[in-house]
Design a protein. Structure first.
Lengths: 52, 724
């Protein structure tokens, strides 16, 4: 059962990473236009580099 | 939204610094446009390409979810310059007021909810992981440790993410009332307290995961609700399609363009042909005709000259007018009427939503049940710990996860569907009320018709007359002239050669044809008798004047909408402020048997109220100031995007596009949505009927609670998706 000493902190850490990543996506306006983003990805206008 | 704030926000240091009397730095303007017609990636690309190719546009970005375009542009560019660009590209566009887009604030509330939702979600995942190991057999010290870790995650997570519920419950309790949030908060708190107690005593059952999933599901419902309504409300309120934000002020012979808000009583204002009166006033110089259709519903333009009074909202048709302002801003008759609407609107709060009805039954029931099981078990076992555990289990199991999701999940799905068809649902109970509608009252001018005249009597005239009329009409930009030109050109008529063609503002155009004076214009000016239909008269010296009759063109989809509504068994009524003949003609064209002409604004409202008193549920569709009272009095109301601001504010649903046909579809969707909401309540009840007895007799475990809660929430959400 000693393995729990590693596993529990690891699982908490990974959960935390997920939360931080989500907070980052919210802060960078990635949920402002979900429908538009879903369509934009199909357009090849900005395939080479992201829109400036 | 970020683009919006970056354009206006200055750094704090700049604000704090003393004002330097430097030259004004030309700042980029933000323009926001509503684009009801966009729906695919090709639309996004076309719109952005068209906008970016326009000189002065620095950056344009389309938001497909909100059907909007945000444009960063040079300071002198106006939305009115961009709308034709988009119309050429095949897209309908309306101006939105970027200053009124409370994006930053609204977005803050939305993000706040989203953050809480995220924290609750991630915390519940972690806790669920630990709970699953407890349920699958962890015991003794391991179980206690898992419980303690769960507690360490749950307590701060709940303290952060359940705050909206705490705040709502507290504000209800403070005025000694119960709302849906009171049982929620009680369940969460009781679950935490008993679980902590159990944990300290090395007990078997802890409900940390239940408290968190409960918060998560309920926040999801709140967020859906918020998101649908915030998007709709902001767009509906910020449509400035027909507002006059700018006016031309004449001061000491100099004309300057100023914001309407800065006008004062006594200012001289120049209103060019095609412009809308920004204030109430008196005409100081100039002659013209005024289109009052938005205020009164009459399509016939009214002659106006020096000394006549004008009201804000009227449209100047032919000649430039200089007016002296007699009432500005909130004192204009336009605004006073709008204020009346605000008072009338309070009547709508009488409607109790399905969710409120459910909450009224639900909240006391749950509390009584939980209290009874606590008392019962305390008497039976004499052990307060067992009794409290069972009471907590009852509260958690009955907790309104499914109820909390039942309404928002359905309204989100239904509003999304209607939004894609070009309708914005502004009011939270609008769909429920729309589902009950059995009578539909339409306004005529601007609602069923587009307000653009169409020549109907082309065949009654000789070719020679038509050629003269066309030559005269081409010299004017009056709507009737434009309609005549269009019809004659389409019929292949060539204009006659005239000499000395001049437009006399307010009367018409005149010229010389083969040495004779010819006139096209108002009845009195051409020597004809005034009729009750929209008419332009052609007078050729030595001949009796001949009449060119016009009727309003139908809005696209008007016939379909009326027919579909009638087929759905709804009574359709047409009430207009226009003349008998015009209303009768339109009613006949659309097959509406029940029509009323020359109705004053009060008549419209009274008629709607009379219908209501007869037990009908009335849907009012209107756009003008004369409709606002009726819109507010009706059970539910719809106005097109081109409607006057006051009318849009008074209505529950705004039609974004030009097309009327979504109205019938909306009634259908609303009926379906209400059916789903009722189904969802039934699903939630059935699940409670199964689970509650288990909890009351003490057989419920955290595993059963978690299973029941998730399955019911998911069933309800899936059921809601069927509306799409």
């Amino acid at each position: 059962m000693e393995v729990l000493a590693y596993l529990i902190p690891i699982s908490l850490f990974l959960g935390g990473v997920g939360l931080v990543a989500f907070v980052y996506t919210v802060r960078s306006n990635q949920y402002d236009d979900p429908e538009g983003d879903a369509r934009r990805i199909l357009s090849d206008e900005w395939d080479d580099k992201p829109k400036p | 939204m970020a683009q919006l704030s970056s354009g206006t926000a200055a750094c704090p240091g700049c604000i704090a610094a003393p004002a330097v009397p430097a030259r004004p730095i030309p700042q980029d303007t933000q323009i926001a446009l509503s684009l009801p017609g966009i729906h695919c990636s090709a639309c996004i690309a076309t719109v952005e390409r068209a906008l970016n190719a326009t000189p002065g546009v620095e950056d344009a970005r389309v938001n497909l979810t909100l059907k909007r375009a945000m444009i960063k542009a040079a300071p002198d560019l106006r939305a009115t310059d961009l709308i034709p660009v988009l119309e050429n590209a095949g897209f309908e566009a309306h101006e939105l007021d970027p200053g009124a887009l409370s994006a930053t604030q609204a977005d803050k509330a939305g993000r706040d909810l989203l953050m809480r939702l995220a924290v609750a979600g991630f915390a519940s995942m972690n806790v669920m992981l630990l709970s699953v190991s407890v349920w699958s057999g962890a015991s003794d010290a391991t179980r206690d440790m898992f419980h303690w870790i769960s507690a360490a995650i749950t307590l701060p997570a709940i303290a952060f993410s359940a705050q909206p519920f705490f705040a709502n419950a507290w504000s209800a309790l403070r005025v000694r009332r119960l709302n849906m949030d009171v049982p929620i908060v009680l369940a969460i708190l009781l679950a935490l307290v008993t679980s902590l107690w159990e944990t300290t005593l090395s007990g078997e059952h802890a409900y940390f995961d239940a408290a968190l999933t409960l918060t998560f599901f309920l926040l999801a419902g709140r967020y859906l609700d918020y998101r649908t309504r915030a998007a709709a409300r902001s767009a509906a309120e910020e449509l400035t399609a027909l507002e006059v934000p700018r006016a031309i002020r004449v001061a000491v012979g100099v004309e300057e363009e100023v914001a309407v808000a800065t006008l004062n009583v006594g200012d001289l204002i120049l209103v060019r042909p095609g412009g809308r009166m920004p204030v109430d006033g008196e005409i100081v110089s100039g002659q013209s005709e005024l289109d009052r259709s938005l205020l009164t519903g009459e399509t016939l333009p009214v002659f106006a000259e020096q000394g006549a009074t004008v009201s804000a909202g009227e449209v100047n048709l032919t000649g430039p007018l200089t007016i002296r302002a007699t009432a500005v801003g909130e004192d204009t008759s336009l605004h006073r009427m709008a204020d009346l609407v605000a008072i009338a609107e309070s009547g709508r709060s009488r409607y109790t939503s399905l969710a409120d009805k459910a909450a009224k039954l639900y909240a006391p029931g749950v509390h009584i049940l939980s209290a009874l099981s606590f008392v019962g078990w305390y008497i039976y076992s004499g052990d307060i710990r067992t009794a409290l555990n069972i009471a907590a289990a009852v509260l958690i199991i009955t907790c309104p996860c499914a109820l909390g999701l039942a309404v928002p999940a359905v309204t989100t799905a239904a509003s999304g569907r209607l939004f894609r068809k070009g309708m914005l649902i502004k009011h939270s109970t609008a769909l429920e009320r729309l589902a009950e509608v059995d009578t539909v009252v339409f306004d005529k001018t601007g609602t069923l018709t587009s307000g653009i005249p169409e020549l109907t009597s082309l065949g009654d005239h000789s070719r020679a007359d038509l050629e003269v009329a066309l030559a005269l009409a081409e010299a004017s930009s009056h709507p009737l002239s434009v309609a005549l030109t269009k019809a004659a050109r389409e019929a292949g008529i060539k204009p006659a050669t005239l000499k000395d063609v001049t437009e006399v503002p307010g009367y018409g155009t005149e010229g010389t044809y083969r040495g004779q004076r010819v006139r096209l214009g108002r009845a009195a000016w051409t020597g004809a008798e005034e009729g009750d239909q929209t008419t332009a008269w052609l007078a050729i010296a030595g001949q009796a004047p001949s009449a060119f009759l016009f009727s309003d063109t139908l809005r696209p989809g008007a016939a379909d909408a009326v027919q579909a509504l009638r087929e759905a068994g709804k009574e359709v009524i047409l009430i207009s402020g226009d003349t008998q003949g015009a209303v009768q003609a339109l009613a006949g064209k659309l097959g509406i048997q029940n029509w009323i002409a020359q109705a004053l604004p009060q008549d419209k409202a009274q008629h709607v109220e009379a219908l209501r008193d007869q037990g009908h549920h009335v849907l009012m569709v209107g756009d003008g100031l004369n409709d606002t009272e009726a819109l507010a009095a009706a059970h539910v109301s719809i106005s097109p995007a081109s409607a006057l601001d006051a009318a849009r504010v008074a209505s529950d649903i705004v039609l974004l596009g030009n097309d009327l046909s979504p109205i019938a579809d909306a009634c259908d969707t609303a009926a379906k949505a209400t059916k789903r909401i009722r189904e969802n309540f039934r699903i939630a009840t059935v699940y409670n009927i199964i689970a509650v007895p288990l909890a009351v007799v003490g057989l419920a475990t955290p595993l059963i609670a978690a299973l029941a809660m998730s399955t019911s929430s998911i069933t309800v959400s899936l059921n809601a998706l069927r509306v799409r």
